[in-house]
Design a protein around this ligand. Structure first.
Ligand code: FEO
Length: 395
C-alpha cells in the first residue's frame, strides 16, 4: 500500500515489524525496521530502491496494485545490498528492458549476488542527472563507503528530496513514515545505534561526504532514507548530528563492561561505577555484563562514552571468551579518542588485566596504567583502587 510522501512521490516499501536481527544476527532489531522504496510519478515514472529478498513477491504484487508496471521508465538502485535490491529479480522479470541507474560498483555487487541477467544497467557518477519531466531532475551523488563501495544517494530537484539510502537511516518501524510523527526518543536512539554499529568504522569518509553535501548548498526539504523514518521536520538535524558523530563523538559518560565467573569481577565493576558517581557526579555511568546484554546496545553506549572500563577474570591464562568476543567487535567499530581501563579477578596466574590492556590498545583506545588486578575476592584494598582508575579515565 502506498503512502504519500510529497507531491508525486509515494512510499511503496515494507514495514518489517517482525524483524529481530539484521546482517544475519549481527545487528539486533528491537523496534522493528523498514525497507523503504519510493515511487516518483512525474512525466517519467521512477522506482527508487526495492525491498529485501523475502518480501519480493509481496512487494511486486503491491506495486502492481498501485501502477501498471509497464509505466515504469527508470529504476534507481542506490545500493546493491539485498535489503534494497532484493526484489529486483522479481521486478525485472516483469520489466526486463527498463534501464537501471546505479553506480558502476553496484553493477558488480548486484550481478555478484543475483547473477548476470542481462539487465539494462546505466552506471552513474556524482553530478550525473536524469530528467524526469515537469521541470524536475534526479541528481546522483556517490556515497562511497556510506556504507558500501557501491552506495549512492539520489536528489530530486523541485521537490528537494534527498533519497539517501542507508545514510541517515534507522532500524525502526515507523508506520506513520515521518520523523515528526515518530516517537522522538526511540528515533534518536535508533539513529545513533545505526550510526554506531554500521557507519562508525567509516567516520572519516562520513565527515568528508557531509562536508561535500553541505558545500553543494542544495535546498533539502526531506531526507528519505531506505530504513526507518523520513526526516521531514528539520531534515538537516540528522546531517548536523552525523557531522558531530563523525568527529570522534563523546559525551560525559563512562561505560563499564565486564563478564564474571564468581562475581568478584562484577563487584569490581560496581565499585568503579560507584567511584564515578562519587568523583564526578555529573558523569553518566552505564554498566553492562557483556554476556547477558545486547552487544549493539552496549556499543551505542560506548559510542557516547569518553572512556570505558573493561573487566574479565583470568581463565586458562586468558580473558573470558565472552569478553574476548566483545572486544573483537569493539575493535571492528574503530572508535577513536576514548580512554580505557582494565580490571579483573584471578586465583593463581592472573593474566587477564594485561591481556585486556593489550586488546584495548589494539582496539584503538588510550589505555590508562591504573587498573584493578585482584587475587580471589575483592578486599577493601582492591576496591580502593577503583578511585585511581576513575580519576585516570576522567583526566
Ligand atoms: Fe540497508 Fe546496506 O543496506
Amino acid at each position: 500500500m502506498r503512502k504519500h510522501v510529497k507531491n508525486n512521490v509515494s512510499w511503496v516499501g515494507y514495514i518489517d515489524w517482525e524483524l529481530e536481527s539484521f546482517h544475519g544476527d549481527e545487528y539486533s532489531i528491537i523496534n522493528g525496521s523498514s525497507q523503504n522504496s519510493y515511487l516518483v510519478e512525474e512525466e517519467k515514472t521512477v522506482l527508487i530502491d526495492t525491498v529485501w529478498v523475502p518480501h519480493r513477491f509481496e512487494f511486486v504484487q503491491n506495486l502492481k496494485k498501485e501502477i501498471d508496471l509497464s509505466k515504469i521508465d527508470y529504476v534507481i538502485v542506490n545500493h546493491g545490498e539485498p535489503d534494497h535490491s532484493g526484489a529486483l529479480t522479481e521486478l525485472m522479470e516483469e520489466i526486463p528492458d527498463v534501464p537501471i541507474y546505479c553506480t558502476k560498483k553496484a553493477i558488480d555487487s548486484i550481478e555478484g549476488q543475483f547473477g548476470k541477467r542481462g539487465w539494462n544497467f546505466h552506471p552513474v557518477k556524482t553530478g550525473d542527472t536524469l530528467d524526469i519531466g515537469n521541470g524536475k531532475q534526479l541528481v546522483f551523488v556517490e556515497m562511497t563507503m556510506l556504507h558500501w563501495p557501491d552506495s549512492m544517494a539520489t536528489y530530486m530537484t523541485g521537490d528537494n528530496i534527498l533519497f539517501s539510502n542507508d545514510a541517515f537511516g534507522q532500524h525502526f518501524a515507523v508506520d506513520e513514515l515521518f520523523n515528526d510523527k515518530a516517537n522522538k526518543c526511540l528515533l534518536d536512539k535508533e539513529a545513533m545505534k545505526y550510526y554506531t554499529n554500521i557507519l562508525n568504522p567509516f567516520s572519516p569518509m562520513v565527515a568528508r561526504k557531509i562536508d561535500e553535501i553541505v558545500k553543494m548548498n542544495i535546498p533539502i526539504d526531506m531526507i528519505a532514507p531506505s530504513h526507518g523514518a523520513i526526516w521531514r521536520d528539520n531534515p538537516m538535524q540528522i546531517v548536523e548530528r552525523y557531522a558531530k558523530w563523525a568527529q570522534n563523538y563523546q559525551e560525559d559518560q563512562i561505560t563499564i563492561v565486564y563478564d564474571t565467573m564468581w562475581e568478584g569481577t562484577e563487584q569490581l565493576a560496581h565499585q568503579i561505577a560507584k567511584e564515578v558517581r562519587d568523583v564526578s557526579p555529573d558523569t553518566v555511568v552505564k554498566l553492562f555484563n557483556c554476556m547477558k546484554y545486547d552487544k549493539n546496545e552496549i556499543m551505542t553506549e560506548v559510542f557516547k562514552s569518553r572512556a570505558i572500563a573493561v573487566g574479565s577474570p583470568t581463565v586458562s591464562n586468558d580473558i573470558l571468551p565472552s569478553v574476548a568476543k566483545w572486544i573483537r567487535f569493539l575493535k571492528s567499530l574503530k572508535f577513536k579518542g576514548k580512554k580505557a581501563a582494565a580490571f579483573g579477578c584471578y586465583g593463581w596466574s592472573g593474566e587477564s588485566v594485561k591481556v585486556l590492556q593489550e586488546e584495548l590498545k589494539d582496539a584503538g583506545f588510550e589505555v590508562v596504567d591504573e587498573n584493578i588486578k585482584c587475587k580471589w575476592n575483592p578486599e577493601e584494598e582492591d576496591l580502593s583502587k577503583a578511585k585511581a582508575v576513575v580519576e585516570a579515565l576522567l583526566k
